[in-house]
Design a protein around this ligand. Structure first.
Ligand SMILES: [Zn+2]
Length: 374
């Protein structure tokens, strides 16, 4: 990015971004110092880090948000300081990080930097996320690290929402007998998931349970131009079909939102002919409706799964197909309230044509509402 393009961070912003993390990289578990001397001169300073944009300055760049003004793009709120290696990864969108993920990493890097200068500051914060492994395991974890080149993600397991360590052991042990479509991981904070390329590794490291996952590069995103056509969105399901409602034809990204609504409103497993159709929303609501925050995160996890996890045996198609493959990641899910077992949910999705789209949906949150009307 040329410094003269009018969108570059001012020097004062770059200095503050770097200083607020003690001139160390903000990427989880990196913390590499990014400044030092040039040894051959008495006054030279060598910098090996830079300010990355959380939301890109240019259309087509990672996490570009057309609604932002140039002033917002240059503001300190839109920057995160990283070493050159991790800056290349973030600016190159190699790991597909959501805005929320980068903001969280920045926030935690600043807290860690504060802890370094004030040892009495006892709050130790780490980047948390829910992680789903295959269909039946969901755990609370801390991001330990990521190697984008080797597609390796590492998490410390804190506690289980579904499943347990024994279930992970069995998944690893029986990995080869699982259908390929069941070998996947979903990362709630990032709002996306990936197929695994080999069995996970579970290790004890200094009393911590650490799981390492090697994932496949995502190559099967829906064509962005097709996201604007409901007819083609539904062809993704193997069905040449428009979505018809009382309001008339629904097209474009609203049709994708409509698909999410339909999937959330269908209980996964209720259709014997297509057991992967639908979602676990009813299960999550039944088990966790008193914990608003956890329920919201579980719903985000479930919608994130739909962006990449294919239906193994679709009623609508013999080939595995991905329900909402034109969504790159789920940026946000907010429960706006529930009444009579209907959940109002605000969705904030980032599409493969690098634009956001938000809408509100309303879904039945229990089987009674879904089937009890008859
Ligand atoms: Zn780094």
């Amino acid at each position: 990015m040329s410094p003269r393009d009018g969108n570059d961070f001012p020097l004062s912003v770059k200095r503050k971004l770097a200083a607020r993390v003690g001139y160390r990289c903000s990427f989880p578990n990196c913390s590499k110092p990014t400044v030092g001397p040039v040894l051959s001169t008495p006054d030279g300073v060598h910098m090996v880090g830079r300010a990355c944009r959380i939301e890109s300055a240019a259309p087509g760049g990672p996490r570009f948000n057309s609604a932002m003004t140039p002033l917002q793009r240059r503001s300190i709120a839109n920057g995160i300081w990283c070493c050159n290696v991790h800056a290349d990864i973030i600016d190159g969108d190699l790991g597909t990080f959501s805005v929320l993920t980068l903001r969280e990493w920045k926030r935690i890097a600043e807290i860690i930097a504060y802890d370094r200068i004030d040892s009495s500051h006892a709050i130790v914060e780490r980047p948390h996320t829910l992680v789903q492994l295959s269909d039946a395991i969901v755990f609370e974890a801390v991001w330990c690290g990521m190697n984008v080149e080797s597609c390796l993600m590492t998490f410390e397991i804190l506690s289980f929402v579904y499943g347990d360590l024994g279930k992970i052991d069995r998944f690893i042990h029986n990995y080869n007998s699982f259908q390929e479509t069941k070998r996947y991981v979903v990362i709630e904070s990032s709002g996306y998931g990936r197929q695994l390329s080999e069995p996970p590794v579970l290790e004890d490291i200094e009393d911590r349970k650490v799981i390492s996952l090697i994932v496949k590069e995502r190559t099967d995103f829906g064509d962005p131009s097709r996201a604007a056509d409901a007819r083609l969105t539904f062809t993704d399901w193997g069905m040449d079909l428009d979505v018809s409602t009382n309001e008339g034809w629904i097209t474009g990204k609203r049709a994708v939102i409509q698909s999410v609504q339909m999937l959330l409103g269908s209980y996964r497993g209720q259709w014997g002919i297509d057991p992967d159709f639908g979602s676990y929303l009813f299960l999550y609501y039944r088990d966790h409706h008193t914990d608003h925050d956890l329920l919201q995160r579980l719903i985000k996890l479930e919608i994130s799964r739909m962006t990449f996890a294919p239906d193994a045996s679709s009623l609508l198609s013999l080939e595995p197909s991905i329900p909402i493959s034109t969504v790159k990641w789920v940026e946000g899910v907010t429960i706006r309230g529930h009444s009579s077992h209907l959940l109002g949910i605000d969705l904030h999705l980032y599409f493969t044509d690098n634009t956001y789209f938000s809408d509100r949906i309303s879904v039945p949150a229990s089987m009674q509402t879904n089937s009890g009307a008859t």
